[in-house]
Design a protein around this ligand. Sequence first.
Ligand code: SAM
Length: 216
Amino acid sequence: MRLRNIPRAEGTIQAHSAVIKRPEDQRGCWRQVFGNKHPICIEIGMGKGRFILNMAKAHPEINFVGIERYSSVLLRAVEKFDTEEFKELRNVRFICMDARRIEEVFAEGEVERIYLNFSDPWPKARHARRRLTSTEFLERYRNVLVPYGELEFKTDNTELFNFSLEQIKEAGWTLTAFTYDLHHNEEMVRGNIMTEYEERFSGKGNPINKLIAVRK
Ligand code: SAM
């Protein structure tokens, strides 16, 4: 997702209290950011923020950090955060950055779980390393997750999903659950919070794939 350039995006997100401006300064200190010892879960490529804001509302015992590459997209999440429904939340923060830099921002063992939702498919083979479930990214995630930390991934793109299943195996992670039809899987759909893309694609009749994997 890349929205047209919005001139006010940079200024608005820089001024917002939920946006962490120099996230690398918090490396190893994220508990201080939230002022408690609750586990930290992150969403990479959060888009307009529907999933992470609803997760934060449903789970006050967990701290959430949403990562998005584009300021024009993060702006939408920040604006959603400012609405009546979410503005009192104290357990969510946002970062504008490329997830490639994740190890500069989180120390080893600082993250409990990573959510990837409807990540860009990068269909060309020569771009496979850019996929957020490639072994290159899994290695970065391994370096910030707690031992037995989890990755949860949802997508309607079955090619990307099958690629991800292979990469998880290749990286030596343990696949704990997966489905090619989340919305008809009674066990895995329990507590499911929809993302913007999930609503759009499932509305068109596309089945949603989901996997859960545990770090090597
Ligand atoms: N997760 C949302 C959803 O399910 O509705 C948005 C999905 S959208 C297809 C993918 C989002 O991931 C885009 O907003 C894109 O800018 C972001 N993204 C892609 N690669 C990224 C990266 N390397 N680091 C941070 N964000 C990234």
